[in-house]
Design a binder for this molecule. Structure first.
Ligand SMILES: [Zn+2]
Length: 263
């Protein structure tokens, strides 16, 4: 596949990087990433992946755009209120980069459909906002041997980690089980500063791009936390993580919807 002149110009700042080059850009164009949740995390992740020329981007979300989303979910605009988030996200990504094929899944991700959804993708981004969804995505990715980026944001804090099969602990290794219902506030109850989604969601896009390129160190075996009040990033080494094969993860547990979907 040869680049068109337009592609050479569009991706020139990538191609000039020795870690990317023409070869890396072609890898990106031939790759696929599924984003689950078109909210505060999924919005910037989707936009940077589309801009980077990730050839196929899937986006799954059951919600419609609400006015209260627009403080942070920058892929959606005021004119999109009431529209399915996946449609609004698709329009923004396609307008940004015609090289990208966007596949939309206007559905709740459940134990019934998640394995089918993730099976054709190279990398998964968890942009959901509730623990039960996060455990479902984790367990499905462990079962299907799919790499994924976990992230969570609330108030002025964010965190993320990356799971690569056979290379480090998964989300369940670290957090064991979902906390009891109502033990942890949702973003609707607790709030979240808008740019936090941009910081952490962009880092998720960065992990996906680095995974596809095979460049640098991923957050595999580490949890990265960010506190916007103190402006401190901490990279916390997670225990062991050599052989997290999880024979005990053999079935998927469904999650309940919380009041505030897709942060
Ligand atoms: Zn694990």
């Amino acid at each position: 596949m040869a680049f068109t002149n337009e592609q050479l110009e569009r991706y020139s700042r990538h191609i000039i990087l020795k870690e990317v080059g023409s070869r890396g850009q072609k890898k990106l164009l031939n790759s696929s990433v599924l984003i689950i949740g078109a909210g505060g995390l999924g919005a910037p992740a989707a936009m940077y992946l589309a801009a980077a020329g990730v050839g196929t981007i899937g986006i799954a979300d059951a919600d419609e755009v609400d006015l209260s989303n627009l403080q942070r979910q920058i892929i959606h605009a005021t004119k999109d209120i009431g529209k399915p988030k996946v449609e609004s996200a698709r329009e923004t990504m396609e307008a940004m980069n015609p090289d990208v094929t966007v596949k939309t899944y206007h559905t709740f991700v459940t134990s019934d459909n998640i394995l089918e959804l993730i099976k054709d993708y190279d990398f998964i981004i968890d942009g959901t906002d509730n623990f039960l969804a996060k455990f479902l995505i984790n367990d499905a990715c462990v079962m299907a041997k799919k790499p994924f980026s976990h992230a969570g944001i609330i108030r002025f804090k964010g965190q993320l980690m990356t799971y690569v099969p056979g290379e480090g602990p998964c989300y369940r290794c670290v957090f064991k089980n979902p906390p009891p219902k109502d033990a942890v506030p949702t973003c609707k109850q607790a709030g979240v500063i808008g740019a936090m989604g941009g910081v952490i969601g962009s880092l998720q896009a960065m992990e996906a791009v680095k995974y596809i390129l095979g460049v640098g160190d991923l957050l595999t075996g580490y949890l990265l936390t960010f506190d916007a009040i103190t402006m401190e990033f901490r990279k916390i080494k997670l225990p062991s993580g050599e052989k997290h094969l999880h024979p005990e993860i053999t079935e998927l547990i469904d999650y309940e919807q919380t009041e505030c979907e897709g942060i």
